[in-house]
Unconditional design. Structure first.
Length: 246
């Protein structure tokens, strides 16, 4: 298509993972400079965007924002489906593999806690450097006298805390004391008196597969090889930025 063949009233649209930004004459206006057509929304539009079509170089660019995109782009998603439609007759679609920098968090109210489980998760991941970290907080009945080696399984990735090998573990459990385990990329603290534990996973211990998938995160815990809890969380609080250069 040449610049002279483009008809503004027939419009154009860009969609990001199915969310559509439509260039209509009601919400914005087109301007032309030689072979380049540019559409800008009016100031009052809730989802502002700019679309530029360069028919000479056969390129286009888009910049926009929407509060609805967090429903379409989930934390940890490493690809986007971008679609450009012109005149209602031409469409160009591409999946873009991009760099992601994401953070997420969730917290459960105490009244919905099961006897054993995880009630708080915070994490971050950057695909460019492959760096990430996660902090989990959990609970168990106060003063419990039965415990053993602890395992956390996040989206199928296991992290084992060999508590039975820590110094004076049985004595600290019997006296409702605090147990701490440290290793490269891992910190774990268990407070028998308060019935609380916290785990910090970072460095080489953190794996990209631990990121939320499709907006959800599955976390299982095992004590002495037996399942203690199995939870799937929907991540509603997150921040994600991405970059792509073809």
């Amino acid at each position: 298509m040449a610049a002279d063949q483009f008809v503004p009233r027939k419009g154009a649209s860009v969609s990001v993972n199915g969310h559509v930004f439509k260039a209509t004459l009601i919400k914005g206006h087109w301007s032309r400079q030689r072979s380049v057509w540019t559409y800008r929304t009016y100031d009052w539009v809730k989802e502002p965007f700019t679309l530029e079509l360069d028919f000479f170089n056969k390129t286009w660019s888009f910049s926009g924002s929407s509060n609805m995109l967090d429903r379409r782009i989930k934390p940890g998603d490493s690809s986007l489906r971008i679609n450009l439609e012109l005149q209602g007759a031409y469409a160009f679609t591409q999946w873009l593999k991009h760099r992601v920098d994401t953070t997420w968090q969730l917290s459960e109210k105490k009244e919905v806690w099961a006897p054993y489980g995880v009630h708080k998760v915070q994490g971050s991941y950057n695909t460019r450097g492959g760096e990430g970290q996660m902090v989990l907080e959990g609970h168990l009945p106060k003063g419990t006298k039965q415990f053993g080696d602890f395992k956390i399984v996040i989206n199928g990735v296991s992290t084992t805390i060999p508590l039975l090998r820590t110094r004076n573990f049985l004595k600290k459990m019997d006296s409702a004391d605090v147990v701490i385990y440290k290793a490269n990329g891992l910190f774990y603290q268990l407070d028998f008196y308060r019935g609380k534990w916290v785990a910090y996973i970072y460095g080489d211990r953190f794996k990209g597969r631990m990121c939320p998938r499709g907006g959800s995160l599955r976390v299982r815990t095992l004590v002495g090889g037996a399942r203690s809890s199995d939870q799937t969380f929907e991540i509603k609080q997150h921040s994600t930025s991405f970059a792509y250069r073809g």
